[in-house]
Design a protein around this ligand. Structure first.
Ligand SMILES: Nc1ncnc2c1ncn2[C@@H]1O[C@H](COP(=O)(O)OP(=O)(O)OP(=O)(O)O)[C@@H](O)[C@H]1O
Ligand SMILES: [Mg+2]
Length: 615
């Protein structure tokens, strides 16, 4: 709502002025995208602006030459003026075809380039900013407008220039006759400016108020059209309920649109009527002058054309300025996103060389997610060293995944210290640290791409190295599956694109683990690697993992105690804190949370077995 106020209070004469301030930036952006097209389009529109006046003068000359040839009997002058008129008309056609061609190319180029700019800006953002709702809003707005608004504005500015050129060159024809007639035609449409400006403001306010609803409708259609939600939508028969909600949102929008369209029509009728009245009076005056033989018949035709054109272009200039004001607000949104401050993640000018990671340590680390009230990590202290396999357990929401995100430096606004090889992690470059860590996040990605990409993304340098990819697949136990796929590692995975082969949850998980194993890392982290795996697969993965991390650092988070109990060290999280730490036996003898969780799981298993035997 604040945003609405901000924008609407600015939509006034002030906003017109402030919109000018974006023009140099916009022009610079467009100029950098393609200088040749830029110049060509400006040239074409200036030419297109001048041609109408030229056509009028040529028409005037043509008719006058016919009239004079009737008196003098010499027809040659007619040829000349006809050639002039034909030339102007052909030039006009050629210029507009050329402009149309260049415009289409330039427009699509701008769309791609701006989306590219937005994507690389997104890529530069740290996770903290990325998860911020305000940043997400800015991103969405920039994204939805980026592909066409900047060009729209550019082309509006150009038509404005060309209309202004036409307006003044054509008006000059009338000024020579009676200056006040031209002034009247130019100034009157300005009166309508205020009314249309108010309407434009109203429309923009509505548009802004709609933003959350628009997002909601986008989400509804997303639920109905994406495969991961589609199954539930079908099973719970949510389709018509969701479509109804979508319809309700749009019928509200439609009513508002209708109201604005009505107001616009009434306003247009009123001004159009007055405009026509004025031009009728002026045309009558011109006819009267011709009747009194003050002007020639060719001038009569030319001046009548000049009246219509002056009026049309004057209105066009007013409308152009109006929509420019509105469009400039969208430019604000694009630049608001592009101007977001980014602490450059890859700034490693003063970074220390990071050799092998031999130890990792959290010293009194506390962390709170931005804009949330509670600490997600509270004074967390632990250390890991080469050759150790460490398991992390704890209830849902106890801070396990958060610890991994801080460890991989996805968040950097924590208190306390994270140390690598006994040195503050901040003294190394983030990319160097990440290069040496292979991780599978709890919400790992299913890339709707080839198996090669899905695994090779773990180490882009080796994406073309089949042996490394197959090796990683072997390590995560997914190789037999890949061998069965129709195109081996080049088979498309998922169902989104042609020839895609869908995998089971556990198979996707093994692929993600292979991706982490693809890295030649010193630290391997698996956040709930067994959540989709059957007990046998889990045991298999775990033994492969232990094998892999034999003289490295291995960290895994799991709710399954059958794997956890074999770790060298177990860290127990509760409510953001580490409350217990030690080997399985040590923790059992502590009789604390670990033992409780362990007993609950073991008892459940025993109960299941008893029930099974009872069947
Ligand atoms: N991106 C986020 N922004 C804000 N709060 C978050 C975010 N991610 C997690 N949290 C909050 O931080 C707390 C710890 O979450 P975390 O994901 O670390 O739990 P976890 O121990 O991994 O749980 P689980 O076993 O369910 O995976 C939770 O209260 C959660 O609501
Ligand atoms: Mg988690």
């Amino acid at each position: 709502m604040d945003e609405l106020k901000y924008y609407s209070s600015n939509f006034s004469f002030k906003s017109i002025l402030s919109s000018f301030s974006y023009w140099p930036r916009l022009f610079k952006l467009l100029w950098e995208i393609n200088k040749f097209y830029f110049i060509l389009i400006i040239g074409c529109s200036l030419l297109q602006g001048l041609i109408p006046a030229f056509v009028i003068i040529a028409t005037q000359e043509f008719i006058n030459s016919i009239v004079s040839s009737q008196n003098s009997g010499a027809f040659s002058d007619v040829f000349f003026s006809f050639g002039l008129l034909a030339g102007a008309t052909i030039l006009n056609e050629l210029v507009s075809v050329l402009r149309g061609y260049v415009e289409r190319l330039y427009e699509s180029l701008i769309g791609y380039r701006l989306n590219e700019t937005i994507m690389s800006k997104s890529n530069d953002l740290p996770l903290e900013s990325f998860e911020n709702a305000d940043v997400q809003d800015k991103l969405k707005r920039a994204q939805s407008e980026a592909s066409y608004r900047p060009y729209q504005i550019f082309s509006q500015i150009l038509s404005l220039i060309s209309q202004a050129v036409t307006l003044f060159s054509v008006a000059a024809i009338l000024i020579i006759w009676k200056w006040w007639v031209a002034c009247l035609l130019i100034v009157f449409p300005l009166v309508s400016f205020i009314s249309f400006l108010k309407l434009g403001q109203e429309e923009f306010d509505i548009h802004f108020r709609r933003a959350p609803k628009t997002r909601e409708s986008w989400y509804l259609s997303f639920l109905l059209t994406k495969d991961n939600s589609f199954k539930e939508v079908k099973l719970f028969k949510l389709g018509s309920y969701l479509i109804d909600q979508y319809k309700r949102i749009f019928s509200g929008f439609f009513e508002e649109d209708k109201e604005i369209a009505k107001k616009r029509s009434f306003l247009s009728i009123r001004f159009q009527f007055l405009n026509e009245l004025i031009s009728a009076i002026i045309i009558f005056m011109i006819a009267f002058a011709a009747f009194n033989q003050e002007i020639m018949i060719g001038n009569l035709v030319g001046m009548i054309q000049a009246v219509t054109m002056t009026q049309g272009n004057s209105q066009g200039v007013v409308q152009g300025v109006l929509s420019l004001c509105q469009n400039s607000l969208y430019m604000k949104q694009l630049f608001a996103f592009l101007d977001l401050e980014v602490v450059k993640e890859e700034d490693d000018t003063n970074a220390e060389e990071l050799g092998e990671i031999r130890s990792l340590e959290f010293r009194n680390v506390s962390f709170v997610y931005p804009n949330t009230p509670n600490l997600a990590l509270k004074h967390v202290t632990f250390s890991l060293k080469k050759g150790e396999t460490v398991a992390v357990v704890g209830k849902n929401g106890s801070g396990k995944s958060t610890m991994v995100k801080v460890l991989t430096q996805l968040y950097s606004s924590y208190e306390g210290e994270v140390l690598i090889n006994n040195q503050d992690v901040r003294s190394y470059s983030k990319s160097a640290i990440r290069q040496r860590i292979g991780a599978v996040f709890q919400d790992f990605v299913h890339y709707e791409m080839s198996a090669r990409n899905n695994i090779g993304f773990g180490n882009l340098q080796k994406i073309k190295d089949d042996e490394s990819i197959l090796n990683a697949a072997e390590r995560s136990g997914v190789l037999p599956l890949i061998n069965k796929l129709n195109k081996g590692i080049d088979s498309q995975l998922g169902r989104w694109f042609e020839d895609g082969q869908q995998l089971s949850g556990g198979q996707w998980q093994r692929i993600a683990i292979a991706r982490a194993f693809m890295r030649e890392a010193d630290v391997y982290i698996l956040d709930e690697p067994s959540s989709f795996l059957d007990p046998e697969a889990e045991a298999d993965i775990f033994s492969r993992f232990q094998d892999l991390v034999k003289d490295k650092i291995g960290l895994f988070i799991s709710h399954r105690f059958s794997s956890v109990k074999f770790a060298d060290k177990i860290i127990v999280f509760d409510n953001g804190e580490i409350i217990e730490m030690g080997s399985h036996e040590e923790l059992i003898s502590l009789n604390g949370l670990y033992k409780d969780l362990y007993d609950t799981q073991v008892n459940a298993l025993v109960r299941d077995e008893v029930q099974l035997q009872g069947v």
